[in-house]
Design a protein around this ligand. Sequence first.
Ligand code: GDP
Ligand code: ZN
Length: 364
Amino acid sequence: MALVKENKGDLNLWGTVVAVQANFYRVRLVIDSEIVYLLCTRRTRLKKIGQKVMVGDRVVVEEPDWQDGRGAIAELMPRTTELQRPTVANAQQILLLFAVEEPTLDPWQLSRFLVKAESTSLKLCLCLNKCDLITEAQQRQWQQRLENWGYNPIFISVKQKLGIENLLNNLQQTITIVAGPSGVGKSSLIDALIPSINLRIGKVSGKLQRGRHTTRHVELFELPGGGLLADSPGFNQPDLDCSPGDLAWYFPEAKARLQQGSCQFSDCLHRDEPNCVVKGDWERYEYYLDFLDKPIALSEAQQQTPDAESSLKLKVKASGKRHYIPKLETKKYRRASRRERHQNLQEIYEHRLLNDLQDELDDI
Ligand code: GDP
Ligand code: ZN
């Protein structure tokens, strides 16, 4: 997406939504190479058709009032990507930030985040911070190990300002979401990349006058030299909710094996099945087996709690009255133990609860 070339030779005034708060949207526009922000409302027509506007959306702004910094969103460009947690449209890249020490890099936790990131359609940029805390030899070891996993990490030290330029080069002209566990240096990195961040927040007027640290809402920040960066409050506890069959594709080592050959069974889950091309001698195979439990439990629980539509049958009485009666269950599933069933439902319940909670927060 061209973030710079917009508003040249187009009669419409195009911009990017960088923050959403209640019914107000902060839209970033580039006018004659200069960046301008307008606080916009949404046209009634969009409200009527239930068209939501998200951070990252490309929009047409009408009736701009440059003096007061106001405008109205009249139109939306179709989204190229759409993330739910955090709620961001058109993001192209995930910047996954971990620290090599303090906290010590945990390969299992890193893999959780990597798999979650791989399950999106976004490009992945893996960055390891605090390299000032390890020796060059230790750094080479990590480099080698991660290359074996299929990654080429960027090593940085925010503290010593090492590798920052290299990282910035990877963030140009794109919308990037920063993710990673707490304590790895996400805030420090964002402050280092965007020195003007506090100044700019101080200048914003009206409804959106809130600091980055007080808002739960996702917001896009301008990077020097182009590119937009979002902190991601919702991506910090990755939940593996993919289907069991997809999981192997989110490990580059396993994906490479699947691309070179195929397993005997098309629904192979690469555990003890005969003639499996994935099972074997690669470091993270144990993690794969470990991570697989959750998607299997989720998919089993989903099968056991069919939605109302598929479990009910429509009956139309002679009087013309319509009512629903329960369908006879014909599908056969492996019967899970009571404890398993309870656990699965509990997990689904918790999962939904968290999602609903997040949705409510998003709507505030
Ligand atoms: P966040 O929770 O991911 O936002 O992490 P913070 O940005 O709050 O950083 C956590 C701690 O790590 C702070 O005490 C930072 O000063 C420290 N820190 C950040 N970057 C570096 C680094 O490159 N090297 C070292 N040694 N410490 C760092
Ligand atoms: Zn297999």
